[in-house]
Design a protein around this ligand. Sequence first.
Ligand SMILES: O=C(O)CCC(=O)C(=O)O
Ligand SMILES: [Fe+2]
Length: 398
Amino acid sequence: MNDIMSSFRWANDGISPISVTQEYILPPEKRPNLTTVTSSQSISIPIIDMNNENEMTLVHEIAKACEEFGFFVLINHGISQELCYNVLDVITKFFNLPHEEKSQLLSNRVMDDGKIYRHHLIDPLTKKEVGMWSETLFHTWHPVEVGFIQKLPQNPSHFREVIASYAKEIGPLMDQLLSLISQGFGLSKDYLQTRLEENPQYTAQANYSPPSPNPELTLGLQPHSDKKVLSIILQDQGITGLHVLKDQQWIAIDPIPASLFVNVADQLQVLSNDKYTSVYHRVVNNNVKERASYATFCGLNKDGLVSPIQELIDLQHPPLHPKYYYGDFLKFHRQKQNTITQKLFSGQTTTFSLSVTKFTHPPIFRHPKLNFLIPKKSKLLIPSYHAPTLSFPLSPVF
Ligand SMILES: O=C(O)CCC(=O)C(=O)O
Ligand SMILES: [Fe+2]
């Protein structure tokens, strides 16, 4: 335990024993409230068995899961258990490197290839950053030609090799899922792949949390939705940490042996014209065991044009999102969003317990000025958020 603890010191002052110092203590309304969480074993969450020979059955099961839950658990996905174990093992070993070695790789930017980043949220009251009780390593995982492997850590020695092997396996699985989802929309098998191929981005995030001395006060990752099209998460088999929000209730996704967790992300919600929901999720800590996970994402890059799929639009289903360049969203996303939100909601009775970046989930705004936000449908919002009744002064530009 002590070794694990000391490995996390960089995120503190590097000297004193790890403890939940002020910089990690969440404001009361952002705390995980673990006693109110439901276990995934007590409700029926969608489990998709990829061994099913009948492709149309898979198409329907996945479409139903994306529509009703925004996520599903994948079993018999074809990636060996040994490889999955090795991925989490090298990640754990990497994050357990001595403070001095890891501190060389620290970055202030989330999307810095091969660098460690510590996520945080802003306390709305004090405006101070509160660090997540975790460290993350971000990198590109495809294609090999972009040389992503060279940017990965060299310690532990087989880190690059293991991640490269996993990337090789996850690529075809991602393609297969995109194909099944395309068919679920009634489109050709290659619809989504073709659309992504124009401006693709394949990124990954390795996550690591040491045990937290007080899991009620900290979070591994704050509630968020993923920004791309699809995410596949390999989570630690030993410990539950991933929670998803369903019907305003947090559900703990207890890891099923040899499974992968797949979730709809923002771009897919927009593409589906809100047929599918980009699911909110978070990672909680525990005080017993360290936890690692590895998330791989696919989606459109900054030059990609995101918009509802034309074939899903008709009189009964008008487009719910404007077309926008993902890069414009990112620029907007990084602005001082507090100001924008306050302007929009001044005089409205609303409680924001989400950080404002979540509020833009998925982005709805006028393009290209990016100066107007519309709140999302209430089903997407977390429990303490009450959507204000806003009349849209401007309709989105299409
Ligand atoms: O650690 C997990 O299970 C989830 C990770 C996650 O949500 C992410 O990396 O975006
Ligand atoms: Fe995520």
